[in-house]
Design a protein around this ligand. Structure first.
Ligand SMILES: Cc1cc2nc3c(=O)[nH]c(=O)nc-3n(C[C@H](O)[C@H](O)[C@H](O)COP(=O)(O)O)c2cc1C
Length: 366
């Protein structure tokens, strides 16, 4: 099943072994070049496409300069950036995959350093900026964000839509809205980070309002024939912890959110977890894929599973048991760009570019 095609709206995706968004922290932060993909990004994404992935998701891309996780992230806040992203979509398409992009606002977790340099806050006097959030509450170790006004919330919604229009112009076939990992949209969803008393805080409807507005605004400009995905954190991993009694974001609330955004035209929910606070996370191999299965069962939407999926057999089992509709392989695809082709050979399916890569080894063609 991993190498069965999947049709969503007008798009046919050749298989279900997909690459999730992964920040490379490799853009040039200099004014005038900030946010632009580089030759490295073109090579990096094209390699995973040629390696057999059905869909390749370009990393979290800021809808505004302040929406970047780090000064080294990609961004699509300016029409001048479109042509550089068109090089990414061309490379991914030439490699045989569907080009997707994750549109993101990092919120109160913005303006941080490269993780291999410690990932701490980058100050305003250096390359950083003051982060924004639903409430003036800091993520542990990061600065207190400025609370967004209602007008500023509307501006963020418009920024997501404008970035989606640019993603279409750059040739992307799928947009994934980033509503996970404690970044801006998730920080509105979770009562851990959202203490607002207006219509954007309090009840589930209110906490979800900005996410529904973003989904609606993006769908309105994103072509009808093209799929729209949303990445969610299915839980804050607080309700599951018997030693933590705080009110938090849960799987039940995620299921309701999935139903609401599906009505607005979101086609697939990409199920991740955590990120709003520093809390213990289970470390069993199914820790996250079981959340995907739960949401697929209860919300009746297409679901992408991710997290600690490393072998073709594991991916195949999740599909065969109906726990997911697509499989995202993250770190293992960083390590092995040809993960999907290798999986196809192992499962007896046909890898991409088999002639070019394997004609000297007749046994591999069987
Ligand atoms: C280097 C790196 C960068 C990441 N960047 C993003 C990102 O831009 N957006 C996102 O939603 N998740 C990001 N993630 C999370 C991955 O998409 C994925 O969910 C996670 O690595 C778990 O999957 P895996 O076990 O297959 O690696 C990142 C992970 C890694 C390792």
């Amino acid at each position: 099943m991993l190498f069965e095609p999947l049709q969503i709206r007008g798009l046919s995706i050749s298989n279900r072994a997909w690459m999730p968004p992964m920040c490379m922290y490799s853009a040039d932060p200099a004014p005038g070049r900030a946010g632009f993909p580089t030759d490295f990004h073109v090579a990096h994404y094209a390699a995973r496409a040629a390696g057999g992935a059905g869909l390749v998701t370009v990393e979290a891309t800021g809808v505004s300069p302040e929406g970047r996780i780090s000064p080294y992230d990609l961004g699509l806040w300016d029409d001048a950036q479109i042509s550089s992203f068109a090089r990414l979509t061309a490379g991914i398409r030439a490699g045989g995959a569907v080009p997707a992009i994750q549109l993101a606002h990092a919120g109160r977790k913005a303006a941080t350093d490269k993780p291999w340099l410690g990932g701490g806050s980058v100050s305003e006097t250096d390359l950083g900026w003051l982060p924004i959030g639903p409430s003036p509450l800091a993520f542990p170790g990061l600065p207190v964000p400025a609370e967004l006004s209602r007008d500023e919330i509307s501006a963020v919604v418009a920024q997501f839509a404008a970035a989606a229009r640019r993603a279409d112009a750059a040739g992307f076939d799928v947009v994934e809205i980033h509503a996970a990992h404690g970044y801006l949209l998730h920080s509105f969803l979770s009562p851990i980070s959202n203490k607002r008393a207006d219509e954007y805080g309090g009840s589930l409807e209110n906490r979800a309002r900005i996410v529904l507005e973003v989904a609606g605004a993006v769908r309105a400009v994103w072509p009808e024939s093209k799929p729209l995905f949303m990445r969610v954190s299915a839980t804050d991993w607080i309700e599951e912890n018997p030693h933590d009694s705080r009110d938090a974001w849960t799987v039940e609330q995620t299921t309701q959110l999935a139903r609401w955004v599906a009505e607005l035209g979101v086609d697939l929910i990409h199920v991740s977890s955590g990120g709003v606070d520093q809390v213990p996370v289970p470390n069993d191999v199914d820790y996250q894929t079981r959340l995907a299965a739960e949401i697929k069962r209860d919300a009746n939407v297409l679901v992408g599973a991710v997290g600690r999926i490393t072998t073709p057999q594991q991916a195949e089992r999740l599909l065969a048991e109906g726990e997911a509709d697509a499989i995202y392989v993250g770190r293992e695809m960083l390590r092995t760009p040809s993960w999907a082709n290798d999986a196809a050979i192992e499962l007896g399916a046909r890898p991409r570019f088999i002639e070019q890569y394997a004609y000297t080894q007749p046994s591999a063609r069987a």
